[in-house]
Structures are given as structure tokens and as C-alpha cells.
Design a binder for this molecule. Structure first.
Ligand code: PBG
Length: 310
């Protein structure tokens, strides 16, 4: 009766990995219980989400090796895996499900960086923004409801917003990965999209230093000023203070990304007998709500939804 915080199914966003082929389910070794699905399987997962009451899915492509290149041009192909998945889900589920898409080049580049690089492998901010704009438009044309730039280039939210407005997509939202840290918790994700083995160097020239909280607020302020509808803090649990401060400071919808390493740690902890998987999971998820989140991206979304639905 006096509970302050309530976690509901409508707080969940379910990230899904798309892979090539048909009838393919390809388990991600480092994420027990998570698979890459071909487009037909993604449609089934989307229907499952609708049935469970999950309002939104987030799509990430495992681009075939042959389609990856130095400049990540496959990101702009209107017939790429991502766009085919968006269209198929939209055809099957109509407006019953929200589709959130990842804007960044790492699933498409041969070097695994989120943007275009120079000879030294340094990621070029402004050149990259120009490509991200086109990538966001291709996804919006395919039917995305929310584009989510996860690349951490400066100025991309404004550039994408302007392009959406001028190209017939005034209602497509932007969820900005505004405070995204250069984290050790992304390893299993990089396995899942096949960028881990390719990655040269690290992402510290554009992702944030885990020691910085004030800087996160400056990043978030910029993205809101540029037109972000909602902002994300990523990873989740280690950054609850940033979530709290962002919500207090700006009052906008704040989302946490409970990332792949967080998922894997819960599964590994439970498998090692440290605690009950469901209890560990639900305690962490409610913490995001308590800290001020409007919702959480979590690979555990269907598990949590089943628990919440009883
Ligand atoms: C990159 C991207 C990453 C994740 C989402 N988008 C990894 C990275 O920055 O290398 C990680 C998500 C997760 O670990 O679950 N555009």
C-alpha cells in the first residue's frame, strides 16, 4: 500500500539482434538465453512482445561480414537487415509495437568503430554526423518510431532532428544515448553484432569516462537543447546517480540501458548459486524506476514481463 515505486510491463524495451537468412536462431554464447534471429524470427519476437504488453523493441543488426566496409556504407542501404526487420515488424504488428532503431556505424564497419576513421583510426566527428543523418532517414523511411543515436558524436541530435523535419518525418522521435560511458560491460553485445573481434583500439575518444558525472549532465543538456525527446544513460546500474541527477535537473524522460554485461552477470551469478535469477533481476529493474527512469532497455524484458504479468 505504501510502496513508492512500481515497475510495470510498459516500462520495458526489449533489445533484439537481427541476423541474415530465414528460420535462423543463432544463440549468443556470452548472453545465455539470448539469440540472434532472422527477420521472420524477429517478427515472432515482436508478436510475443505485443502479447506480453511490452510497448517497444530495439533492433540491432548482425551485418554479414561481406557487407561490412571501412565506411560502413551498408548502414545506408534501404534494404539492409535493419530496414527489412523494421518493415516486416511494421507489416505484422502495425502500430501495436514501438520500433526503436540504433543509429551508429559499428555493426557495419570493418573496424568496429561507431563512426568514420582517419588513417590513425581516430573517429571523425563531423564526417560521421553527416552519415548518421542519412542512416536515421533510411530507418525512418522504413518505419522506425524512435531513432536512437548510440554513437556519441557531438551535434548529431540537431542534425538528425533537422533532417527528419525536412524529410517528412516530424513525428519520429529521437532517444539520445546522451550519457554513454566507455564501459567494460559491452563485451557480449559486441559479440552479438559481430563487431567485437573487429574492433581496433577503444572508444574512449567519444564515449565517456566512468569517473565523470558533471560531464554527463552537460552532454544531456546539449542533446535536449538539440531536440532529443528522451535521453538514455548507459550502462545502467553503475550509473544510478547519473540517472537521478538527469531526472532532477531536466525532468525529461530518462531511460536506462541495462547492457549486455549486466545481463550476463545476473545470469552468471544465478548459475553460480549466488541468488535467485528472478529476484536479482527484479531488484535491479525496480532500482532504475526508483532512480527516476521512465523505462529500461533490458534483454530480460520478456522474463520480467512474464514475472510482472504473473
Ligand atoms: C554501439 C553500441 C554498443 C551497445 C549498444 N550500441 C556497444 C559499444 O558502444 O561498443 C552496447 C549495448 C550492450 O552492451 O548491451 N553503437
Amino acid at each position: 500500500m505504501q510502496r513508492e515505486t512500481v515497475l510495470t510491463v510498459s516500462d520495458l524495451i526489449w533489445p533484439l539482434f537481427v541476423t541474415d537468412g530465414e528460420g535462423v536462431e543463432d544463440p549468443v554464447q556470452s548472453l545465455p538465453g539470448v539469440s540472434r534471429w532472422s527477420v521472420d524470427g524477429i517478427v515472432k519476437r515482436a508478436r510475443e512482445a505485443v502479447d506480453l504488453g511490452i510497448p517497444c523493441i530495439a533492433l540491432f543488426p548482425n551485418t554479414p561480414e561481406s557487407a561490412r566496409s571501412e565506411d560502413g556504407a551498408e548502414a545506408l542501404n534501404p534494404d539492409n537487415l535493419m530496414c527489412r526487420a523494421i518493415k516486416a515488424v511494421r507489416d505484422a504488428c502495425g502500430s501495436d509495437i514501438g520500433i526503436l532503431t540504433d543509429v551508429a556505424l559499428d555493426p557495419y564497419t570493418s573496424h568496429g568503430q561507431d563512426g568514420l576513421v582517419n588513417e590513425d583510426g581516430y573517429v571523425l566527428n563531423d564526417d560521421t554526423v553527416a552519415v548518421l543523418v542519412d542512416q536515421a532517414l533510411v530507418q525512418a523511411d522504413a518505419g522506425a518510431d524512435i531513432v536512437a543515436p548510440s554513437d556519441m558524436m557531438d551535434g548529431r541530435v540537431k542534425a538528425i532532428r533537422m533532417a527528419l523535419e525536412m524529410n517528412g518525418h516530424p513525428n519520429v522521435q529521437i532517444m539520445s544515448y546522451a550519457a554513454k560511458y566507455a564501459s567494460a560491460f559491452y563485451g557480449p553485445f559486441r559479440d552479438a553484432v559481430g563487431s567485437g573481434g573487429l574492433l581496433k583500439g577503444d572508444k574512449k575518444s567519444y564515449q565517456m569516462d566512468p569517473a565523470n558525472g558533471d560531464e554527463a549532465l552537460r552532454e544531456i543538456a546539449l542533446d535536449i537543447a538539440e531536440g532529443a525527446d528522451s535521453v538514455m544513460v548507459k550502462p545502467g546500474l553503475a550509473y544510478l546517480d547519473v540517472i537521478w541527477r538527469a531526472k532532477q535537473a531536466f525532468g525529461v524522460p530518462v531511460y536506462a540501458y541495462q547492457v549486455s554485461g549486466e545481463y550476463a552477470l545476473i545470469e552468471a551469478g544465478a548459475a553460480a548459486g549466488i541468488g535467485d535469477r528472478d529476484a536479482l533481476l527484479m531488484e535491479k529493474l525496480v532500482a532504475f524506476k526508483r532512480a527516476g527512469c521512465s523505462g529500461v532497455l533490458t534483454y530480460h524484458a520478456p522474463v520480467a514481463a512474464r514475472l510482472l504479468n504473473g
